[in-house]
Design a protein. Structure first.
Length: 281
């Protein structure tokens, strides 16, 4: 009997290893007006570190405009407060978006959630011209100003961009996706990928993160959830009613001398070797 149990454990571990873990490829946040205004002004930031663009997007769900730091395999989105009250338009809103690496992986996450009786909300997002863009899943009851979701590009969108049927079937990182769109040209800036975020949360938000991270293959460690690429660090404070951003760490393509860039009274960017750290005041 013990041999059957051992074989079963080995099979389960092998299946877990085969499952493609979603990667964190986007973080967005709503910052104060001064920070939003100045985020792309510094020459070193916009000419060396990040591709900086202000973009407007129209979908079947909403219309929004933000400033984007586009990286080799990740994106940071900055939004200014607006009065419409949509998520992402209220000062302090934070979004962490993961993307599946394998087409169809989102259905595996949904099945796993059903087994664990975790309620999810699913959205199908299209561009205003009706081209399907992506499907998004997130826990049904998210904290007031934190939204963590898993996205999967729709097959129609990938076909529209020129991906073949065979390419769509293969595992695809966000870097693979960007390489295809750029026809293999070298990325012209230094922002490579997202490495870690540190937030201050209450116990209710901790339970929310535990459920989401378990569904997305992230391991729980002391005051952190992590996979091979990205880590969510947290500190607990039950006096808080909302989530507070502490810092955001990014990886750069090569080393730089140590420097500190004051982007606004509320935000400082610290550069050291191959890391950039956004520190929120």
């Amino acid at each position: 009997m013990k041999y059957v149990v051992l074989i079963s454990l080995i099979v389960n571990v092998a299946l877990a290893q085969q499952r493609a873990v979603p990667e964190c490829n986007t973080i967005f946040m709503c910052v104060d007006q001064e920070t939003y205004k100045n985020i792309c002004v510094n020459p070193f930031v916009k000419d060396t570190l990040f591709i900086c663009q202000e973009v407007s997007t129209d979908t079947n769900k909403e219309s929004y405009q933000g400033k984007y730091f586009i990286g080799k395999s990740a994106t940071i989105e900055w939004f200014a407060p607006k009065e419409n009250g949509n998520f992402g338009d209220v000062l302090g809103d934070i979004g962490i978006e993961f993307k599946t690496r394998q087409f169809g992986e989102q259905q595996e996450i949904i099945r796993e959630a059903n087994k664990k009786n975790i309620s999810l909300r699913a959205d199908q997002v299209k561009f205003s011209d009706s081209i399907p863009w992506y499907s998004s899943i997130q826990l049904k009851d998210n904290p007031k100003n934190l939204q963590v979701s898993t996205l999967e590009y729709r097959k129609e969108y990938l076909e529209y961009l020129g991906f073949t049927a065979d390419e769509i079937k293969q595992p695809m990182t966000f870097e693979d996706f960007n390489t295809k769109l750029s026809d293999g040209r070298a990325y012209p800036r230094a922002f490579s990928k997202l490495k870690a975020i540190k937030i201050k949360i209450n116990s209710k938000t901790l339970h929310y993160l535990q459920d989401f991270c378990s569904l997305n293959g992230m391991l729980s460690k002391k005051n952190a959830f992590t996979n091979n690429d990205f880590t969510i660090f947290y500190t607990l404070d039950d006096s808080l009613s909302t989530v507070e951003m502490i810092n955001l760490k990014v990886e750069l393509t090569h080393k730089f001398k140590k420097r500190t860039i004051v982007l606004s009274p509320k935000l400082v960017l610290k550069i050291h070797k191959k890391e950039g750290l956004f520190v929120f005041n």
